[in-house]
Design a protein around this ligand. Structure first.
Ligand code: ZN
Length: 376
């Protein structure tokens, strides 16, 4: 079987069958761009998380999975799905949403703006569409067709280390912060939360506020009872960025090396914790929008604890195919009060979500060390 021989090729041999089409709000055609396998990598990683890692199959690597993009006729139009073939398990299909391809749509629209075919800021919609060869391939209304040959993501990944702790044991000590709506659980020890906010907000009080950051260190856990995956964040490292402004934070090569060196030393000292770089935090030390003059200010729900386009791109490149990685943003609301929001990937898109606060980090680390039933 021919797998991932040309990862940048359009998904179909039969003429760009899966494409992202940009239209004006009145549905008139703007442009189209082929969807390639790398465009689907975060969606595939998310499917790996949901169908394997959150089901206790922690020994399955992303490269062990085989994917197929399939199209099913529906009462109105077509449903595009990603079929996942797991070793020794039944095939499953997950819906292939187009929102993870927002960046591809944005780049395509930017090219149109540069070519003078679209005005900057003009509204467009984007959606998957399939080409004629696929539409012609349907013989009956109940047909489901594979759009492409099967493919894999053959990227080398280090073996993941999971600590085995019953989820019930962690939940009994934890306090929910925000709403957890079916996402995998994320735990912060009290100490890690305090340090994360302190490091992230370090630049807020300067005469000219700048974004500051923290690298979140923690363990991946797998519950031996339910198979559920969780992330336990037990510490934060202060990030010394190369370039800081009020709206941006760039890590230098030195910062990346320092984080990896610290992690290597910590893993050597306490291998049972299986510590990893599980996410990042930074501040947005500015109010949301132009709030000062606004009469809705006392009740306005806007905050600056959102993810910027740069934040999303950064997270996707640093934590590529690590759908458990989180991003915590500290911002301000319209009344200049501190607010924060945690984000993690859901179906390949970073969305806000709740988390659990745990007691002191030392006791959490001891809990991991003493409860850890076995490690992989
Ligand atoms: Zn940001």
């Amino acid at each position: 079987m021919d797998l991932d021989d040309n990862p940048a090729a359009p998904l179909s041999d039969s003429g760009n069958c899966l494409k992202l089409v940009l239209r004006r709000p009145n549905r008139s055609f703007l442009t189209e761009t082929p969807v390639t396998r790398p465009h689907l990598s975060e969606i595939a990683a998310s499917a790996w998380l949901e169908t394997c890692l959150r089901k206790g199959k922690t020994d399955v690597q992303l490269a062990d999975l085989e994917f197929k993009v399939c199209c099913r006729k529906a009462s109105e139009g077509f449903i595009i799905e990603l079929e996942v073939e797991r070793p020794g398990a039944a095939k499953v299909r997950v819906p292939l949403h187009c929102s993870p391809l927002a960046e591809l749509a944005r780049q395509t629209a930017d090219r149109m703006v540069a070519d003078g075919l679209l005005l900057a800021g003009e509204v467009y919609t984007y959606a998957y569409e399939i080409g004629e060869p696929i539409i012609g391939g349907f013989e009956s209304d109940s047909d489901s067709l594979c759009i492409d040959r099967p493919f894999r993501f053959r990227v080398p990944m280090t073996q993941l280390h999971f600590v085995r702790i019953p989820l019930s044991q962690l939940l009994s000590a934890a306090k929910a912060v925000g709403t957890i709506n079916g996402e995998f659980p994320v735990f912060f020890s009290a100490g890690a939360l305090v340090k994360t906010e302190r490091f992230a907000r370090r630049g807020d009080t300067l005469e000219k506020p700048v974004e500051c950051g923290a690298a979140l260190i923690g363990s991946l856990m797998s519950c031996p009872d339910s198979g559920e995956l969780g992330v336990i964040i037990t510490d934060a490292l202060e990030v010394e960025a190369e370039k800081q402004t009020v709206a941006s934070l760039s890590y230098s090569g030195h910062t990346f090396t320092a984080i990896q060196n610290i992690l290597r030393a910590r893993r050597k000292a306490r291998p049972e914790l299986g510590e990893q770089w599980t996410g990042q935090a930074h501040s947005h030390p500015f109010p949301p929008g132009t709030c000062v003059e606004c009469e809705k200010r006392p009740t306005c729900s806007l905050t600056s604890a959102f993810l910027s386009t740069d934040d999303e791109l950064w997270h996707r490149s640093v934590f590529a195919r690590q759908p458990w990685a989180v991003c915590q943003i500290y911002g301000l609301n319209a009344r200049n009060e501190s607010v924060n929001e945690l984000y993690s990937s859901q179906g390949g898109v970073l969305r806000p979500r709740g988390y659990f606060a745990l007691p002191e980090s030392e006791s959490v680390e001891n809990l991991i060390a003493t409860t850890n039933l076995a490690t992989t």
